[in-house]
Design a protein. Structure first.
Length: 197
């Protein structure tokens, strides 16, 4: 393979660069290596996820099709942070269906979609407790968002979390909308009754 073709296959990714893999979040390309698989030479990105203590090998030619992308730019981060201040959009569907939609948004790797999950599942001190599954999805989305913003803004994860929490505090829903919280609670109780039946 010529060096021109190799460069094109790498799609602008290089060693040492932070990238986002949709189902795992922010990782770093630690190497670009060649391996022989079933008699074919394959060029691979070695992507390390230090927080998860995991390493993935992604064929350079498949990087785009698996959704590997460069970190969000400052404009995308600003849009994601603005999304957090919007009104939560919670559909009146069964929790299991909403949970699948939230999971899909988290695994899309799209920072704005992840911000929507954080916004929709966030609970202030004045609001009722979340169910275990809601909390798990919220924390997964928040973790993805924190990691990407920390790397993009070159700050610690704690500073990125404070920035996100500051935006969430500006949301109109956080000002004591008790009836919205009660309606949400009733919806969860209906879901629990359906699951129990």
């Amino acid at each position: 393979m010529s060096t021109v073709k190799k460069a094109a296959a790498r799609q602008g990714f290089k060693t040492g660069e932070y990238v986002v893999y949709p189902s795992h979040g922010v990782g770093q390309i630690t190497a670009i290596e060649e391996q022989e698989v079933a008699g074919f030479k394959l060029e691979l990105f070695v992507v390390s996820f230090s927080k998860d203590k995991m390493t993935l090998r992604v064929p350079t030619a498949k990087a785009a099709s698996v959704g590997l992308r460069k970190l969000a730019d400052a404009e995308a981060v600003a849009k994601a942070l603005t999304t957090l201040t919007g009104r939560a959009r919670i559909k009146r569907t069964m929790w299991s269906r909403r949970a699948q939609e939230y999971e899909a948004k988290i695994n899309s790797g799209d920072l704005v979609a992840i911000a929507e999950v954080v916004r929709d599942l966030y609970r202030s001190e004045a609001q009722p407790e979340q169910s275990y599954s809601e909390r798990q999805l919220y924390e997964a989305a928040l973790d993805r968002m924190v990691r990407e913003i920390a790397v993009v803004d070159d700050v610690t994860e704690i500073e990125a979390l404070k920035k996100i929490e500051g935006q969430l505090a500006k949301s109109p829903r956080r000002t004591g909308k008790a009836e919205a919280a009660e309606a949400e609670l009733e919806g969860d109780n209906d879901d629990l009754q359906e699951e129990a039946a």
